[in-house]
Design a binder for this molecule. Structure first.
Ligand code: SF4
Length: 131
């Protein structure tokens, strides 16, 4: 795992084995994937020029997801997975159609995919640090 989202990060760099806050690797991966779903939703909203004032329930889901991601707010894997699934259904709804395999995504699949979309998947250190 790598998490460097807060001032408690190990050695001032990042938590790589377990979080100083108690976050475990699974939670770190699930939260990475939760953030990924938010980026997907945001991209569709921007691309389709959707008026955010018209999508209250989506705004609520985004805010809820962001709050779940802050340090020490939520380590409940089932709750994070439920929010990921909700965000995926929002993404599918916004997109209109989707050929991906995300509809019935499992915890195991999320953890597997999180490896590919996590912060370490960006090989360029400069770009990674901007994220
Ligand atoms: S949120 Fe937890 S795991 Fe992440 S940097 Fe802070 S202490 Fe480490």
């Amino acid at each position: 795992m790598l998490c460097y989202q807060c001032q408690e990060a190990s050695r001032g760099i990042g938590c790589t084995v377990v979080g100083v806050c108690g976050k475990n690797e699974n939670v770190a991966k699930l939260l990475d994937f939760l953030g990924f779903t938010l980026k997907s939703i945001a991209k569709i909203i921007i691309d389709k020029k959707i008026d955010v004032k018209e999508i209250d329930y989506i705004n609520h889901a985004v805010l809820r997801s962001l709050f779940m991601s802050i340090t020490n707010a939520n380590f409940d894997e089932d709750a994070i997975i439920a929010q990921i699934k909700k965000n995926i259904s929002i993404k599918r709804e916004l997109k209109g159609s989707c050929n991906c395999e995300c509809e019935n995504i499992t915890k195991e699949k999320i953890l597997e995919k999180a490896e590919k979309i996590g912060i370490l998947s960006e090989k360029n250190e400069d770009i990674r640090s901007l994220k």
